[in-house]
Design a protein around this ligand. Structure first.
Ligand code: DQQ
Length: 642
């Protein structure tokens, strides 16, 4: 066990624990379910007050549930983009009896410690990420006026390592007729001579979606604080046949063999999602190409298209303009209809201006997802300083908009992830937290070869459990694997019975953000089934159904299949950061991100457990669990420029 500087007040690490911490506590899983049922007993009517103070104390006090009279309404749909809120799901009318009595201490706990967030208010899509003159730049969709979507401008922050951030002044605000209704999503292109081109969507004063050009006012400023909007904006308007509200989110440009720059922009024709393609030499005038990069029926509006090459063999990332026999291309779309990010791996024919998926089952928008939880409007960039491709994704909230308004902020960004082709399978990407996140690791606890019998829960003695980096490996004992009869059992994370459903070989995994009594817990787990030909199929899931006793949060079960190759153990990594749980299985083949809002398993009461709810299999597991430091994310001060 490694001991470095303490993360939290020393008492949380060193004080004797009232529980018998060195003993592994084994509890029947049935108990866990029973106690969670008990915990779902009735709740009081919320105590409605108008105190909007945030507090970091542990002493609960009633917080405000805003009155519907002044509750700010999200303008997503009327502005031509989707409603960015969950208020329809959890509409809590003034005086209604359903509201959970959130207190300031619970709401304060939800704020993350090492994921990127603005200081307050609403954030959505990542915009124009890039590395420039020694700084990582991150722009984002931001509402400076509240914790709901609306009044969108570009927030801006810079970092040396994508972990610690300095907030800069807003990069672009809605001050022109062509972006009066919002400075929407866009991407950066760094030209070979180092010039920066920023293309973004503006929603005009009449809510028409147009593309605009911007560039840094002073390219010698590594922080790129000031931006100039091109006087000839807009540079692109919706072409004939394309709806005025269906034309948005230009990509980073890549070079064609003719030396022109090419971009793609998402749209739709009836219910068919499409990607329009334009060539340009100067980013001011554009030629619409005849074909579409891809069109997929029934996928609806394509938002935030991303298009980039990945190496077939090497782990390093590639510049967006890279092409040739040694690469495959990845096309990602964010489906407005279901709010998920889908990718497809395939071949790009530059001459025909066409992307063909390797596998038609995994076409754009219908097959693989970057993340099977909450993860949307993502964007990659090529980090030339470390030769890697890095992915950012917007992680929304799954609580009520009322709670977001009360806590004064909504949304976080994922930990930036490196993206590469999985050369072992050749058919999926691998996503992994950038190595820099490991600089936040503090002391760790190691658990080697712990055995969990069918139907058991094992407490992992790690003291506080709200800021963690967990690496785990699991093995099903050979005997139970062999003796388990082949069946055609079907298991789907989102529609089967979650971690409650017991099969011969699963579920097993971890309970994060659990309290001692297991009245709240979030299982992240594998579920293995044996097919009629003896082959094993593995699902990787995150079950929110008992994550909180509050009734006004979304408690879905997320996940998907994960390939586990011959000779591989079941492996996972989980980043727990207060209300976000980001999970990666088999080196990042399948990823699941959840937002969870416990009311009891918070601060010092949060625990970690190893569980095995299989009926046949004994599971052996090893864990390394790091306590994670908090990142410095604060406003820029001029002294910090170097
Ligand atoms: N968010 C932006 C749009 C984009 C959507 C508006 C995706 O440009 O299509 O905030 O979340």
């Amino acid at each position: 066990m490694e001991h470095r500087k303490p993360l939290l007040p020393t008492s949380s690490h060193e004080a004797p624990n009232p529980r018998s911490r060195k003993d592994l506590l084994v509890v029947l899983f049935g108990l866990l379910l029973l106690s969670s049922l008990v915990a779902f007993g009735g709740y009081r009517v919320s105590n409605v007050s108008h105190d909007h103070q945030r507090s970091n104390t542990n002493s609960p006090s009633p917080t405000s549930v805003p009155s519907s009279k002044w509750y700010p309404v999200s303008r997503g749909v009327s502005s031509g983009v989707s409603e960015k809120s969950s208020n329809k799901l959890f509409a809590v009318k003034e005086g209604a009896s359903e509201a959970f009595p959130w207190d300031n201490s619970m709401l304060s706990w939800q704020r993350t410690a090492f994921h990127f967030q603005p200081e307050e208010n609403w954030m959505n899509d990542p915009n124009g990420p890039m590395y420039y003159k020694g700084w990582y730049h991150f722009f984002y969709q931001y509402n400076p006026n509240g914790a709901v979507w609306g009044d969108i401008v570009w927030g801006h922050a810079v970092s040396r390592d994508m972990i610690h951030w300095l907030h800069l002044p807003l990069a672009m605000v809605a001050d022109q007729w062509y972006d009066r209704q919002g400075v929407w999503t866009g991407s950066a292109t760094i030209l070979p001579d180092g010039k920066i081109i920023m293309l973004y969507t503006g929603s005009t004063n009449e809510s028409v979606q147009v593309q605009n050009l911007a560039y840094p006012a002073d390219p010698s400023d590594p922080l790129l604080v000031d931006w100039i909007k091109h006087p000839g904006n807009p540079v692109l308007v919706p072409p004939p046949g394309i709806g005025a509200k269906d034309f948005r989110d230009p990509t980073t440009a890549w070079l064609t063999s003719e030396g022109k720059w090419r971009i793609t922009i998402g749209s739709k024709l009836n219910k068919t999602g499409i990607a329009l393609v334009y060539d340009t030499e100067d980013f001011k005038t554009y030629e619409l190409k005849e074909g579409l990069l891809r069109a997929v029926p029934k996928t609806g509006m394509w938002e935030c298209v991303d298009f980039f090459p990945v190496s077939k063999k090497a782990a390093n990332g590639l510049d967006t303009s890279f092409n040739g026999a040694e690469v495959k291309h990845v096309m990602k779309v964010s489906l407005d209809d279901d709010r998920h990010d889908y990718y497809s791996i395939g071949t790009y024919d530059e001459k025909k201006v066409f992307f063909t998926p390797d596998d038609s089952k995994n076409d754009v928008g219908v097959g693989l997802r970057y993340d099977y939880g909450i993860f949307y409007a993502s964007k990659t960039f090529y980090d030339q300083s470390k030769e890697r491709r890095v992915l950012w994704g917007w992680i929304g909230e799954s609580d009520s908009e009322y709670a977001d308004v009360a806590k004064g902020w909504a949304s976080v960004q994922s930990i930036p992830r490196t993206v590469q082709l999985d050369t072992k399978t050749g058919s999926n990407l691998l996503q992994w937290p950038v190595a820099e996140v490991e600089s936040l690791r503090l002391r760790n606890d190691e658990f080697k070869n712990l055995k969990a019998k069918p139907g058991s829960v094992v407490s992992l003695d790690i003291e506080t459990a709200t800021q963690l980096d967990i690496v785990a490996e699991f093995e099903i004992d050979k005997e139970s694997l062999e003796k388990t009869t082949e069946s055609n059992e079907k298991y789907t994370c989102s529609t089967s019975g979650g971690s409650k459903q017991r099969g011969a070989l699963g579920p097993f995994g971890l309970l994060v953000l659990a309290d001692d009594g297991l009245s709240e817990y979030t299982p992240v787990y594998f579920y293995v089934t044996k097919g009629s030909n003896g082959t094993l199929k593995t699902s990787f899931c995150s079950d929110q159904s008992r994550s909180s006793v509050a009734n006004d949060v979304h408690k879905q079960i997320y996940g998907s299949i994960v390939p586990v190759l011959k000779g591989e153990k079941f492996s996972l990594r989980i980043l727990v950061d207060h209300s976000i749980v980001e999970s990666f299985a088999q080196g990042g083949r399948t990823c699941v991100t959840s937002r969870v809002y416990p009311t009891k398993a918070i601060y010092g009461a949060a625990r970690l457990f190893f569980f095995n709810n299989a009926t046949e299999a004994t599971v052996t597991a090893s864990f390394t669990v790091w306590q994670m430091n908090s990142a410095f994310i604060r406003p820029f001060h001029p002294d910090q420029k170097s």
